[in-house]
Design a protein around this ligand. Structure first.
Ligand code: ADP
Ligand code: ASP
Ligand code: MG
Length: 422
């Protein structure tokens, strides 16, 4: 008998029929003798619907008081789906109870809309498991030290599930979603994308941080920190498939490099269209410039990603960086008001229609020429590279958003990702 955590995404919970199917699948696992904790997302479209209503009432609020209410609002989506799943399980003859984040409690910091989990109390959940109940814990939410409801950022139910699995020392955390595993790239963009049987933890971390939304980045960080065995698999198989077969389907995230059977140099391609580029032109090329520009942006709690500074001419240089698209307008405003006058820079320009495409693979550590192969492929497609950033196991380029799909498809082909590596 093992303690297992299942997580079901929004599409998997998308209708009464689908919730019934989830209940039947969970009941099958419980009847096979496992202690089951289930973390559901809100039904698909519900989080967007709720946040859309808030936007209708207050289009551009940024205050803490507003963000508090957004979390209060958005958390209801998971509360509803969790109760519905408990009801469906009871209807299947399975004892079940659902808890909101604050009831567990899942404690977080107080950064509304992007809170971080600090601790999870396991007493209540364990008591229910010991009494033979299936426990449903809402995804995406927690409670801060003052008792305010917080949410963990979009896609945050993945993180709830892995954190709950870590707190309970579960044998495995299974992330059920609308694709049957982690692919070489998003199969909705490249139909030839290939499912990976395993992916190393480091590669999964890069893929997630470079924009592949199949797992929220923090869930992968948690899995790494607490060594939670993590698998991504489909919720659309028949609920009554053989449990042993189901348990080894999908993609396993591995922690040992020698477990990594597929020895590709590049394992996957990620892309992100949520970024925007900002350039500060004609800044004096003197010590402290990067700090003055980026410091002002960081003080407003805006994350900066790819950064480049051009060679200087006549003592002046251009400085460019990317930010999340949602922070774009505010970052430009801050620079215009506070930084430009102080530095005597010429102007601030920006482009919100960019995207970032990244190739990821631990094989890049030991092979040279991978980045240049990427650049050649893009040049053959006539795609201009605006910015480049590299790490040990990834190379990212910033390009015009309209070439994103073309770039991803061309790179997928150039690196033979549809083929199983020899
Ligand atoms: P859920 O609601 O179950 O959390 P998400 O929509 O958040 O599901 O994540 C699953 C989606 O991630 C897939 O439908 C797919 O379009 C997308 N995706 C992006 N990159 C990948 C990848 N490399 N492998 C698999 N799916 C990916
Ligand atoms: N419901 C939340 C969202 O749509 C959390 C999640 O689905 O993981 O972002
Ligand atoms: Mg998700």
């Amino acid at each position: 008998m093992a303690l297992i955590v299942h997580k079901y995404g929004g599409t998997s919970m998308g209708s009464a029929e689908r919730i019934r199917n989830v209940a039947k699948r969970v009941a099958k696992w419980a009847r096979a003798g496992h202690q089951m904790v289930v973390v559901p997302s809100a039904m698909s479209g519900e989080t967007n619907r709720l946040l859309g209503l808030a936007k209708e009432l207050a289009p551009s609020r940024t205050s803490d008081a507003y963000h508090r209410e957004l979390d209060m609002l958005a958390a209801t989506g998971e509360q509803a789906s969790s109760a519905l799943l408990a009801i469906a399980l009871q209807a299947e003859g399975m004892a079940s109870v659902s808890y909101a984040g604050w009831q567990v409690p899942i404690r977080t910091d107080n950064s509304y809309t992007k809170a971080r989990i600090e601790s999870i109390e396991d007493t209540r959940v364990r008591a229910d498991l010991d009494a033979g109940r299936v426990v449903i814990v809402t995804g995406f939410q927690g409670v801060d030290a003052e008792g305010n409801i917080t949410t963990l950022g979009r896609g945050g139910s993945d993180t709830s599930a892995v954190a709950v699995a870590a707190a309970l020392k579960a044998s495995e955390c299974l992330i059920y979603t609308d694709v049957d595993g982690v692919y070489t790239t998003d199969p909705r963009v490249v139909p030839e994308a290939r499912r990976l049987h395993t992916i190393s933890f480091e590669e999964m971390l890069e893929m997630a941080s470079m924009g592949s939304k199949v797992l929220q980045i923090r869930s992968v960080e948690f899995a790494g920190k607490y060594k939670v065995p993590l698998r991504v698999l489909s919720s659309f198989t028949a609920w009554d498939i053989d449990i042993k077969e189901e348990a080894k389907s999908g993609t396993l995230i591995t922690f040992e490099e020698d477990e990594h059977m597929e020895q590709a140099i590049v394992s996957g391609i990620a892309f992100n269209r949520d970024e925007a580029k900002i350039s500060v032109l004609g800044v004096p090329d003197t010590p402290g410039i990067a700090y003055q520009i980026l410091g002002a942006v960081a003080d407003a709690n805006i994350d900066v990603d790819v950064i480049i500074q051009n060679v200087s001419k006549d003592g002046k240089t251009d400085f460019s960086f990317t930010v999340n698209r949602g922070d774009y307008a505010r970052a430009i405003e801050i620079l215009k008001e506070r930084v430009i006058p102080k530095l005597g820079a010429h102007e601030v320009t920006g482009d919100a229609k960019i995207c970032k495409v990244s190739i990821v693979g631990i094989g890049m550590r030991s092979h040279v020429g991978i980045a240049s192969k990427m650049f050649r492929c893009l040049s053959e497609e006539g795609i201009n590279i605006q910015m480049i950033s590299t790490s040990e196991i990834k190379t990212s380029v910033v390009i015009d958003e309209k070439y994103m799909e073309l770039a991803v498809r061309a790179l997928h082909k150039a690196f033979d990702l549809e083929q199983v590596p020899a």
